[in-house]
Write a protein that binds this ligand. Structure first.
Ligand code: TXA
Ligand code: MG
Length: 312
């Protein structure tokens, strides 16, 4: 499908068109509160295969399945008290839960990469909600970027990086959270598989139990490869200042080229992170990044920055 994608609005006509395309097995990129997703009907093996092809994503890396509500989630997985507790606190919102698959789940086995579990998410973004309700089926959606590259937080990012590979993009402006969902494994002792839009501290408080960090060096969420979210140029972390050839991504009260949050607000920094990495990447120069505190959303910001800076 090497032609320009349809750019759809989040109004009813746009949502209806997007849902019809999903039903035909086409790929539709849509906004969520975290990042733009590259969506396909999760029950349609050919449609799901097209996601892997468009992203250049290794097929051992399973996809998150998006549903409109808890009831739809329960049709796919074996629900639990822990899942109920987290869903009450954080759904709809930037949390994905990995749960054991139900026998009659009906998902393409490509979605789960053959695992006995599925990652489920109920997004809060109005356009995502409208699309999921209209489509009335599970939608597999990784972030809408080529595998390993910077995640998309605007429709323009999707168009630049994957434009020729999707049938349509729903454009509803920048994503308010700006970091992917937090992923919690609930197929055993609760485990943090990926830090993200809900701080791990909040999840631990809601669980009233320990949330084990995944052990270092073990790839917990299979997609958590070390090099990810990578700009084209080299990235240098915890920089006090830039060298003459670098561009400088700042945080807090600091002289820099772009500032994630001049007032050192982690929420604002999260929302700006991927857009600013995209912008600095366009300069073609190496990127120095100021330190960002590792608490609350800062944990996920530092996780993404470490992967952006990792050897490739
Ligand atoms: O915020 C988000 O989560 C965005 C939006 C579009 O919803 N999606 C997203 O998807 O970040 P993706 O594919 O870029 O990341 C999904 C992560 C991968 O690291 C994958 O390995 C992990 O979820 N994952 C999916 N299914 C899993 C499973 N059954 N067990 C463990 N990890 C799983
Ligand atoms: Mg991703």
């Amino acid at each position: 499908m090497a032609q320009d994608p349809l750019i759809l609005s989040a109004q009813p006509a746009g949502i209806q068109k997007a849902a019809a395309l999903l039903a035909q097995g086409a790929l539709v990129a849509f906004p969520t509160e975290t990042v733009y997703g590259l969506g396909a009907d999760a029950r349609n093996g050919r449609a799901v295969a097209a996601i892997f092809e468009a992203k250049g994503r290794p097929s051992f890396n399973p996809l998150i399945v998006h549903v409109p509500n808890v009831e739809a989630a329960k049709a796919l997985c074996i629900w639990s008290d822990a899942a109920e507790g987290l869903a009450m606190h954080f759904w709809p919102g930037p949390l994905s839960m990995v749960l054991p698959l139900r026998a009659d789940h009906g998902l393409s086995s490509l979605v789960t990469a053959g695992l006995p579990t599925v990652a489920l998410r109920v997004p809060a973004h109005p356009a995502a909600q409208a699309l999921l309700q209209r489509f009335a089926g599970p939608v597999a959606a990784p972030s809408a970027n080529p595998s390993g590259r910077i995640s998309p937080t605007t429709a323009a990012h999707v168009q630049e990086d994957l434009g020729s590979k999707v049938a349509a993009i729903i454009d509803d402006g920048p994503c308010p959270v700006g970091l992917e969902s937090t992923i919690v494994g609930l197929d055993g002792v609760p485990r943090l598989l990926r830090p993200g839009g809900v701080p791990a501290e909040d999840i631990q408080a809601a669980l009233g139990a320990d949330l084990l960090a995944s052990e270092d060096g073990i790839v917990s969420a299979p997609g958590q490869l070390l090099s990810h979210y990578a700009p084209r140029a080299a990235v240098r972390l915890n920089a006090a200042q830039k060298t003459p050839d670098e561009v400088f991504l700042g945080f807090g009260d600091i002289a820099c080229d772009l500032n994630l949050s001049p007032s050192a607000d982690l929420k604002e920094a999260a929302a700006n992170l991927f857009e600013y990495l995209h912008r600095l990447d366009r300069t073609g120069r190496p990127i120095a990044v100021a330190p960002v505190p590792a608490r609350g959303l800062g944990t996920a910001i530092n996780d993404r920055l470490r992967r952006a800076a990792a050897p490739r």
